[in-house]
Design a protein around this ligand. Sequence first.
Ligand code: AVJ
Length: 313
Amino acid sequence: MDNTFAKEVIEGLSARKKYLSSKYFYDDQGSRIFQEIMKMPEYYLTDSEFEILSLQAAKIMEAVNFKEPFNIVELGAGDGFKTFKLLEYLMANKIDFYYVPIDISEEAIHLLTDKLTKKLPGLSIHPRVGDYFDILRRENVQTSIPSLLLFLGSNIGNYSREGAVDLLQLFHENMKAQDALLLGVDIKKNPVTIHKAYYDSYGITRRFNINLLLRINREFDGDFKVDDFDFYCHYNPVTGEVRSYLVSLRKQLVYLRKLDKTFEFGYNELIYTELSKKYDLQEIEALASDGGFKVGTHFLDCKHYFSDSLLIK
Ligand code: AVJ
């Protein structure tokens, strides 16, 4: 049994305003549901970033301007679908580099490694399974050669403004003087477009959230009745925040046997599950500078929906 997960579940479900952290969405099943989300046309983030990395890989690497060989360290690699285009460009141009994907899901890392060794024979890949915080802090992923850190897909959006600054500072502390960070950020846009990407009519994002309750049932022998919970999310264009919730459809008790804890849910009580924060370019620059970075270039897709911003130490 994972201790931090247990602690955070107890803490979150005992709070006056209940919450669970979205970082626990990504068990193997959750990672599979996230792949389904990325395939929805409404979830524009994937397509936009795919376009950036497909069409601007050369420009990005030119801006990075590393001496070979170097590392590409990807934090939260997932299925590596977008990164593929960048790796493909580097391979096609016979550039000497090591790819170090890090992900919390062992299955995701396996699939990624499998796919990449088949599609890019000769790729020097060194996968790691684990929490990228722990790996960055504990292990020495850094060597004497320069590293380009990738934190793509708007994963930064899961953090509050303050949390994002802390995370950038942590990255900064663990980077060598010549390293760089490519940060994927979802840009503020027509609120309707954002709403449709998260409150999807297929119910995939709903399943993504409900899966967290199923995971708790599985890991702590719980009796969450998932039909008694619904999903709701809401975009606030002023703050740039999408907030996601599970909603208890009745007054109910849930027992987690392995933790010997009972939690009470009121009628329509919310469990806050996820923040997906959007920024404009000025806000990205302020964020980067508060994290200790200089901003190089923002690489945008043609619709200006998404930015891969290059941050220099
Ligand atoms: C993987 C954190 C970038 O917030 O857009 C997708 C996860 N949540 N749909 C996001 C997610 C709901 C996603 N990130």
